[in-house]
Design a protein around this ligand. Structure first.
Ligand code: CP
Ligand code: NVA
Length: 307
């Protein structure tokens, strides 16, 4: 089904707060529908193209399973097996792929690649992680928080660790969902300075994780070395010493704090060995919610409900 002016989801700023809240509430409904065993297949004959030039477990499984559950079909496209990997331009690939499928998701390196793809696509394009942003992760994270604690508006979130793609999406989330974000990261590992400046009313940056988690209703971290930074692993382990989130660090946060991590996680590095067994950790629900949140996102982009 070709739409003349497709909506894309390249960052959280592509949907307004009302639309984002619709997606989260719909994700909660779709989760209930699935848990009740109800069949709901609005996507019969719809096809999702999934372009992955980086590894994935959660993102691939959630999009592919989600599309199947909604009655559609998904095609996994890796650069290794497509002409993308042999240098066919993004613009040409976008024109061709989007002429044959109904919606596309891309996981790649530079954010400009998803922007170029979207600019040449006749169907909605979803950013499934770039070096700069991971907005789908934030849909699942916001859903998980809201399911446990209700609205996140006015709450305090602490990000401990690298100012990476997930952190930068948390900055956008702070703006769109209206919460305060206290970031603790070592010098040289801050999120983009433009993003920090544009959101200075919403975020603080410190060098002290203990300070950042004080009073936080949600504590979040991520790997110290993202995909593509494998060679910096050792240097980063040194830089991030003291930034491990453990049970004692959560004790400094609000009494009802939740802990999240997008996964995959590295025990003994950014998290302590047993943090995932702590009752404050909701990481596996968070991972499951990728499924529900992205199904709701695809419904939003393909079926365009009136909000
Ligand atoms: N959190 C996340 O995006 O996981 P994958 O890399 O496994 O998709
Ligand atoms: N920051 C991590 C997230 C993985 C889901 C990475 O980009 O590798």
């Amino acid at each position: 089904m070709i739409s003349k002016q497709p909506r894309h989801f390249l960052t959280l700023l592509d949907l307004n707060p009302n639309e984002l809240n619709w997606v989260i509430q719909r994700a909660i409904e779709l989760k209930a529908i699935r848990n009740q065993g109800e069949i709901y297949e609005p996507f019969k004959n719809r096809v999702l193209g999934m372009v992955f030039s980086k590894s994935s477990t959660r993102t691939r499984v959630s999009f592919e399973a989600g599309m199947a559950q909604l009655g559609g079909h998904a095609i996994f496209l890796s650069p290794r097996d497509t002409q993308l990997g042999r240098g066919e331009p993004i613009d040409d690939s976008a024109k061709v792929i989007s002429s044959m499928v109904d919606i596309v998701m891309i996981r790649t390196d530079e954010h400009s690649i998803v922007e170029d793809f979207a600019a040449n696509s006749q169907v909605p394009v979803i950013n499934a992680l770039t070096d700069d942003y991971h907005p789908c992760q934030l849909l699942a994270d916001m859903q998980t928080f809201i399911e446990h604690r209700g609205s996140i508006q006015g709450k305090t979130v602490a990000w401990v660790g690298d100012g990476n793609n997930v952190c930068q999406s948390f900055i956008n989330a702070a703006r769109q969902f209206d919460f305060q974000l206290q970031i603790a990261c070592p010098e040289g590992f801050e999120p983009s300075s433009e993003l920090v400046t544009a959101n200075k009313d919403r975020i603080t940056i410190s060098r002290t994780p203990e300070e950042a988690v004080k009073g936080a209703h949600l504590v979040v971290t991520d790997t110290w070395a993202s995909m593509g930074q494998e060679e910096e692993k050792q240097e980063r382990e040194q830089a991030f010493a003291g930034y491990q989130v453990d049970e004692a660090m959560l004790d400094l946060a609000a009494d009802d704090v939740l802990f999240m991590h997008c996964l995959p996680a590295y025990r003994g590095m950014e998290i302590s060995e047993n943090l995932f067994s702590d009752p404050r950790s909701v990481v596996f629900e968070e991972a499951e919610n990728r499924l529900h949140a992205q199904k709701a996102l695809m419904e939003f982009l393909l079926l365009k409900p009136a909000i």
